[in-house]
Structures are given as C-alpha cells and as structure tokens.
Ligand binder design. Structure first.
Ligand code: PNS
Length: 164
C-alpha cells in the first residue's frame, strides 16, 4: 500500500494546499496530512483548530487522514508507515528551501523520499501568510480559501480585534 505524508503548518489551509491534497490522494492509497505543532511559532490557529479545519474540508476524500505532529518530520513519517513526503512547489523561490529540506530529510532517513507536485497555476502566488495579512485588513479572501475556512479566519480576526 502506498502511503505518503503531506506536512505543513496549514495556518490556515488554503485552496493551494487543498489542490495538492486532492491530487496526491488520487495517486496514493493513503495520504496523511501532518500538521506541525511548533511551539517556537505563534500560529493564528491552534494545532487543534488547524486539524479540525483540515478534517472538515477534506471530509469528501476517503483516503485522507489528518494528524498533528511535533518533533522531526521523518520520525512522524516513519511512525506513519510512509516512505514518501509530498510537498508543493509554487515557484522558483520555493525551490532552494524545499531542496534543502528534502535532502536533509533524505540524509537522516534514507528510506524516505520527497515527491514535489507543482502547484496549480491558479494558486501559484498563494500563501497562508498573505491570506492572513489580507484578512487582517478586512480584504476579500474568498478567492483563496474554502468558504468554511474564510469564515473561521474572519471570526478569529474579529475576536482578536475585540480583545485589543
Ligand atoms: O507549511 P510549512 O511551514 O512550509 O511546513 C514546513 C515543515 C512542517 C514541512 C517543516 O518545518 C518541518 O518538517 N518541520 C518539522 C521539523 C523537522 O523535521 N525539521 C527538519 C527538516 S530539515
């Protein structure tokens, strides 16, 4: 059985991520989306919220599982019984970091390979950070996110403003 892990911060999941999830799930028997629980970063959404949002927008894809992880990605990949990491490549600017990540992971876990899917052209400019910035200034984010996620981010921004 072919099992792959698609890791990331997903803070929050964008339509670009969603596209990579759908396409990689269609070529693997099982896809585990690994949501990084990184205590060094302060994400907008907690890891529980990110997992729950991903579960909600991928509920129509039967061979996708959503899990959180901390520590080394390759340890999570090994525990998951996977041999493949999936990453999306948007543009040449992603390449250097992604090359470093995949080569480092391959040195520490030689049985694990990274497969890159090029991001759909429609989403090649898209990032969670840019979406958060637009939302912070009340811009229209509906072209970038699943409607459920757009609603969550607007709720989160409103909550943050009410606490100022
Ligand atoms: O969505 P992101 O933030 O680009 O994802 C980055 C991620 C989660 C793939 C990367 O930060 C990661 O793998 N972190 C886990 C820690 C780790 O294994 N670091 C060594 C990799 S060289």
């Amino acid at each position: 059985m072919s099992v792959a892990v698609y890791p990331g911060s997903f803070d929050p999941v964008t339509l670009g991520h969603h596209d990579i999830i759908e396409r990689s799930a269609s070529i693997m028997d099982k896809l585990i989306v690994g949501v990084l629980n990184n205590s060094a970063k302060t994400p907008l959404f907690s890891v529980e919220e990110r997992v729950s949002m991903l579960k909600s927008v991928t509920r129509h894809i039967p061979n996708v599982e959503i899990q959180s992880f901390d520590g080394l990605l390759v340890d999570f990949v090994r525990k998951s019984g996977a041999k493949v990491i999936i990453r999306g490549l948007r543009a040449i600017t992603d390449f250097e970091y992604e090359l470093q990540l995949s080569q480092t992971n391959h040195v520490i876990a030689p049985e694990v390979d990274t497969i890159f899917l090029t991001t759909n052209l429609k989403y090649s400019y898209l990032s969670s950070s840019i979406v958060k910035e637009i939302a912070e200034y009340h811009g229209d984010i509906s072209a970038f996110l699943h409607p459920e996620i757009a609603e969550k981010i607007q709720e989160k921004m409103a909550l943050r403003e009410s606490m100022k």
